[in-house]
Structures are given as C-alpha cells and as structure tokens.
Write a protein that binds this ligand. Structure first.
Ligand code: NAP
Length: 457
C-alpha cells in the first residue's frame, strides 16, 4: 500500500458528521486501498445522525444498519470524537492543520418554507422539529406541540410527511414499546387529533412517498386511509408516467390508493385523508392557525415533467395544527463554499468546488453533497464516489502540518471539551437500553447532553 505523494504515514481524514454518509465514507476509506486514519466528529455525544434522530421510532428494522456502522467504529484506524462542535470547539483552520482531507457529511439540517401568509402563526410547525422532538434530539426536547385539536394537516407527500402522519394516526399503545422519547409518548397519549390531512401539490402518480409507507396506513388498527376515487382519474401524461416500467413504485402506490378508494367505511376512530393537486395559499387564524386555504391545481407539461399550476379555485380546511414537510436544505459552515439555491456544498463528484474550481482537500458526501434524496442505502455508493475521488487526489493533496490525533484531543481537552469516544458511547448506549427495559421499551434515549455525559463520570 503506497500513499503516493504523502509522507510515509497514513492518510489522515476528518469526517464531519456521524450519520449514514459519514459511516459509509469511513468504511470506504478503511477498506485498505491506502493506509488511512479516520477521525469522525459529531457535535452530539451520540453517533448515527439521521438513523438515531430521523428514522421513525416505529421503523426499528431500518435502524439495524447501525450494526454495519459499528463494525467500522471498532476498526483500529477509526476514532469517534463525539460532543465536539466543529467551528466552535475546533476551528475549520485547525482541521486543515490536523488532516490531509476533510469530508463533510453533515446532512441537511433545516427545512424549506412554503412562503405563504400565516406560515409563522402558532400551530404551524416544520416536520423537522416534530421528528427531532419525538426522536429525543437534545436540541428539540423542549419543543411543545399542541395536539388538543381534532384536525391536523401535513403539507408535502414524501416519506417524512408519511412518518409524521403515521405518528399522529397511531395510538400510544402502538408506540409505547419503541424508542420514542417519553416526553413525546406522553403528549401523543393525550392527543385529540382525529383527522390527518396530507396535502400534495401534484397528483397521485407523482406522490413522492414509497409503497411500503403508504401500505402501512391500510393496516393501522385505529385509522382509515381515505382517497377520493375521482382523484385517481388521471390525465394522459400521468397515465404515461404510471405505464413507464421505470416508475414501478408509483404504479404500486396507485394500486394501493385504488384499493383504499374502494374500501367501505370501517368506523375506525381516526382518518388519514390524502389530497391531491392542492397548494397551500394562506394560513388564517387569530394568533393561532384556524384554517388552511388551499388552491386547486391542474397539471401541465409533458409526462415526467408535469408541474402544478393554480386554477384560482380555493377551498379551506379548518385545522388546529399544521406541519410542513416540503424538503430539507443544508446549512452553511463558515469557510466552506455553499450553494444557496440548493442548500448544498457545491461539488463535482464530492470534490467541493468554489467558483467552479475544485478546492483540494475538501469533500462532501450524503445530503450536503446531493440534496435530501434517497434512502439510507443510497448513501453507500454516494460516499464511495466521494472517497474514491479523494483517493485519486492523493498525489496533489497538501499534506497536513500536524498529523497527530493526540494533539487534536489535547487541544480539545485544553478548551474543556469532554470528547466522547466510541467506547464511551457504548456505555451511554448500554445505559439507554437498560433504562428502556425498565419500561418495556427498546431504549429510553437520554434527551440531554448532560445526561449522556453523566453516564461517563
Ligand atoms: P421528498 O421525498 O423530496 O418529498 C418532498 C415533498 O414535498 C414532495 O411531495 C414535494 O412535491 C413536496 N413539495 C415540495 N415543495 C412544495 C411546495 N412548495 N408546496 C407543496 N409541496 C411541496 O422529501 P422528504 O419527505 O423530506 O424525504 C427526504 C428523503 O428521505 C426522501 O428521499 C425520502 O424517501 C427519504 N426518507 C425515507 C424514509 C423511509 O425510507 N422510510 C423515511 C423518511 C424519509 P413535488 O413532488 O411536487 O415536488
């Protein structure tokens, strides 16, 4: 194994973020193509990013991927530096001194806005904050969600919107053995929500959710999924999309919705109503949302590129709470180029660029590279592409001046930062699982950083 232009020492890479794209990048770096050392930084003591704080608590199988990440985490050339805030505890300039290359895998941490009047009224929330709250993210544990109303609206038709809707449609009995945060379980147990309306700006052939997520609603014990049969009379362009073999999941969605539209009323206590071709125009209310004004749309454009166009016809849904779930965006890091329009770090195959020119030594993978798309597994080839481009760049990389992880730890210690290693995390992990067992849950997450650190004292 030769490290080409680098001195006779391992390639040193810092990975910023410990979600799926970070772990897949580390795994690829440690395959043995070159001698490499990987230090992974996360601002929280707990690793796994979106797997821990994004995946729905009632989808535990998706979290099994953690077992794959753990294999990487115990590799002798891998270190986890948890509870370290890059940009605050360690500067970006320091990272450049300590590492030959930096891979940003920090995801898309904020959400898109609807840009309509009334969007900031009380009772209007983002899916991001609700998901992070019920998943016990320390930054969101103090959020409050008033579920004392009967009608909730979720805007957007991706899988995040489906997760939020499903959590609202399930009864607490169905959630109580999961790793959902206890504070959320208690609020959901008192929820008065009886109807959840899912709003899509385009038609049933374009909905972004996937068939397994849609199918789950048909199997809920206390909730009926409702689809208006008239919405399934699609235009010829949508039919062409459905007939395209590349769109098999959309066709499957369509078949599931057809089945839902023909179901007789069962009298279950909750309803999940799927709306198509409607765009939010305004949220109205006296200090708190009371109704959502929607404009009906028609689709225009060729198959595969149809857009929603307003018709001027309005309708309203009286509602007490609304969650917008219309996509995520990345946030800038000082000193790293940022593409405002897409909310990503501009890059070519993961090589970060500035003004179209590659910035040597800086890389991106995952949502901050390609935008918020795909499932967890999508990040594996995405991270591999970035890492292989990094490896190809080795001859031109500028070797770092302080190739020493102990010096990184000393710097952080000097600043009073309690760095959480992977062994430390395993102690926190064991304590969470033990706490969960006491209540018949998979785990009880610590929702305060101090609680996690207290386990290590
Ligand atoms: P998404 O799949 O991109 O869906 C975004 C939705 O928002 C689309 O329905 C989109 O409609 C709609 N939208 C965007 N702008 C809008 C606007 N101004 N007004 C009304 N609607 C608007 O995004 P996501 O749900 O945030 O999910 C992100 C990624 O994570 C996806 O790849 C998703 O599959 C994945 N994920 C997977 C799982 C799982 O596997 N169980 C769970 C959660 C998330 P248009 O189509 O018209 O643009």
């Amino acid at each position: 194994m030769s490290n080409l232009g680098l001195p006779e020492r391992p390639l040193r890479v810092a990975v910023i973020g410990s979600g799926p794209s970070g772990f897949y990048a580390a795994e690829e770096l440690l395959l043995g193509k070159v001698k490499a050392k990987v230090d992974m930084f996360d601002r929280l003591p707990a690793p796994f990013g979106l797997v821990r704080y994004g995946v729905a608590p009632d989808h535990p199988k998706i979290k099994n991927v953690i077992k794959v990440f753990e294999k990487t985490a115990v590799h002798p050339d891998f270190s986890f530096f948890g509870n370290v805030k890059v940009g605050q505890d360690i500067s970006f300039a320091d990272l450049r001194d300590f590492y030959d290359a930096v891979i940003f895998t920090c995801g898309a941490q904020t959400d898109n806005k609807l840009g309509i009047p009334g969007e900031d009224l009380a009772g209007s929330y983002t899916a991001t904050e609700f998901v992070a709250w019920y998943n016990g993210h320390p930054d969101y544990r103090n959020r409050t969600f008033d579920l004392s109303c009967e009608v909730a609206v979720v805007v957007g038709q991706g899988n995040v919107a489906m997760d939020v809707s499903r959590i609202l449609c399930k009864n607490p009995e169905e959630l109580k053995t999961t790793d959902i945060a206890q504070h959320a379980l208690e609020v959901l147990a008192k929820s008065k929500v009886k109807e959840v309306h899912l709003i899509g700006r385009r038609g049933p052939a374009q909905a972004a959710f996937t068939p397994p997520e849609l199918k789950e609603f048909g199997e809920l014990p206390d909730c009926d999924p409702l689809v208006n049969a008239a919405d399934l009379n699609v235009n010829p362009e949508s039919q062409e999309e459905l007939d395209n073999p590349n769109n098999a999941p959309k066709k499957k969605n369509f078949e599931i919705m057809k089945e839902y539209s023909g179901r007789p009323a069962s009298g279950k206590s909750k309803k999940f109503v799927i709306h198509f071709c409607k765009s939010p125009k305004e949220l109205k209310g006296n200090g708190h949302i009371e109704e959502l004004i929607l404009e009906k749309n028609k689709l225009s454009g060729p198959a595969g590129k149809q857009k929603a166009e307003g018709t001027g016809i309005l309708e309203e849904i009286p509602c007490g709470i609304l969650f917008r779930s219309v996509g995520y965006r990345g946030v800038p890091i000082p000193g790293v180029p940022f593409e405002e329009k897409r909310g990503v770090f501009p890059n070519l195959g993961g090589r970060i660029t500035e003004g179209g020119q590659v910035v040597l030594g800086l890389y991106a993978a995952g949502w901050i590279k390609r935008g918020p798309s795909g499932v967890i597994g999508t990040n594996k080839p995405d991270s591999a592409e970035t890492v292989n481009n990094l490896l190809a760049d080795i001859p031109s990389l500028k070797p770092c001046t302080k190739p020493d992880s102990q010096a990184v730890l000393a710097l952080l210690k000097g600043k009073g930062v309690k760095v959480v290693s992977f062994d430390d995390w395993k102690k926190i992990d064991a304590a969470e699982i033990a706490n969960g067992q006491k209540n018949g849950k998979l785990r009880e997450k610590f929702v305060k950083v101090e609680e996690m650190l207290a386990v290590l004292k």
